[in-house]
Design a binder for this molecule. Structure first.
Ligand SMILES: Cc1ncc(COP(=O)(O)O)c(C=O)c1O
Length: 384
């Protein structure tokens, strides 16, 4: 395994110029820029120069992005909306839900702010929002879901991997409970997709939102929304736009006829430049192998955890690899100061919630982790 994983980073590292100058270990915020994504952006500009307004090609690129993402999560292309952000897809879903027969939305303490904000915004439309809390050790026992999900629950909104501490939700357990009680499940997979295999059939979720900015190596401006096929025509989004129409070429401003596919969760003009980049990022990740990346990062993280233990610092991410994503978080006394100190040493990390976030990906090496550990040793006073 050590030989294989060493070759993964060796195989791709030269394609990410940032490593010439810095140790980049911050893919939970944004993936490193690859030569493929740079070329894709250049291609976008070249096409614009050469063809003026190549709309047909842009639409073909939108379909290529849809297909690529569908393939990644084991969905069908007609179950995928191409959006400008995760928020856009979730907000479109929210706009199409009526909170009449069932009114409750259950969400957790692990959600990214956008999720909480979108569901709380629905209170003005009759939704009742209930939070499932984490315990003192940071976990969310299934009993907490059990107590919150009832026969008034319309939707359970969960995150796959928490952006604040890297813990992973046992999605299958929550889905089983929710479905048993007639509730839908939305999964925010932004912090997992690209870093580990995500399969909507296996997870059995009803809706999923994600973006390409992080472990899918794309850029800002492109998201995706999955809706299980059987549910598509049950939901009529009221936040909409012409790219959600059943026929965008009809140019009909006199009626609303949403697409019979998950494209009904789209909005206006697609994020064309980000689509070029996103396809390049997703294809690169597929070439490198997402399962291989997961194994590689788990090895790096085992090494990282050992080193942090030697420093007698506090890891807030669960120890068991199956209970965490790619992200490892270490408690800091002053997290912004620690991120700045590491940055001065040429190491790019990030922070949230008093934690230092270290997130390795396919391109990271044991030497990167050692560089982080050496820097943490020198800045030990900033760790709790
Ligand atoms: C878990 C999670 N959800 C959602 C988002 C944001 O999604 P978007 O800005 O595409 O709506 C992020 C990213 O920063 C995230 O980490």
């Amino acid at each position: 395994m050590a030989v294989e994983t060493a070759s993964l980073a060796e195989r791709c590292r030269h394609r990410f110029p940032i490593f010439k100058d810095r140790v980049y270990i911050n893919s939970c915020s944004q993936g490193a820029l690859s030569d493929a994504v740079r070329t894709a952006y250049e291609q976008y500009l070249r096409d614009w120069d050469e063809h003026g307004a190549p709309w047909e090609y842009w639409l073909e690129r939108q379909e290529a992005a849809r297909n690529s993402f569908a393939d990644l999560i084991n969905a069908a292309p007609d179950e995928i909306a191409v959006t400008a952000s995760l928020s856009a897809g979730v907000a479109s879903l929210a706009s199409g839900l009526r909170f009449a027969r069932r009114s409750k939305v259950v969400l957790t303490d692990w959600e990214f702010p956008t999720i909480g904000q979108i569901w709380h915004a629905q209170e003005a439309r009759g939704a009742r929002v209930v939070h499932v809390h984490e315990t003192q050790d940071g976990s969310i026992p299934i009993e907490h879901f059990d107590a919150a999900i009832d026969d008034d629950t319309l939707l359970v909104s969960i995150t796959h991997v928490c952006y604040r501490h890297g813990a992973m939700t046992d999605v299958r357990d929550v889905v089983e409970l929710a479905h048993e009680r007639g509730a839908y499940v939305l999964l925010d997979a932004f912090q997992s997709v690209g870093s580990l295999p995500v399969d909507v059939r296996e997870l059995d979720v009803d809706f999923l939102g994600a973006g390409v900015l992080k472990y899918l190596l794309g850029s800002a401006g492109l998201g995706f929304f999955y809706c299980r096929r059987e549910l598509v025509d049950k939901i009529r989004p009221t936040a909409t736009g012409w790219f959600a129409d059943e026929d965008i070429f009809a140019m009909d401003h006199t009626d609303y006829s949403p697409a019979p596919t998950a494209a009904r969760f789209q909005s206006g003009t697609p994020p064309v430049p980000a689509i070029y980049a996103g396809i390049a990022g997703m294809e690169l990740m597929k070439e490198l192998g997402i399962a291989e990346t997961r194994a590689h990062v788990n090895e790096l993280n085992a090494h990282l955890l050992e080193g942090v233990d030697e420093l007698k610092a506090e890891v807030v991410t669960p120890r068991a690899p199956e209970q965490r994503g790619a992200l490892v978080c270490v408690k800091a006394t002053d997290a912004p100061a620690l991120v700045a100190a590491l940055d001065r040493e040429g190491i790019v990390t990030s922070e949230r919630d008093s934690n230092l976030r270290i997130s390795a990906h396919a391109y990271n090496t044991v030497e990167d982790v050692d560089a982080v550990l050496d820097a943490l040793r020198r800045n030990r006073k900033l760790l709790a």
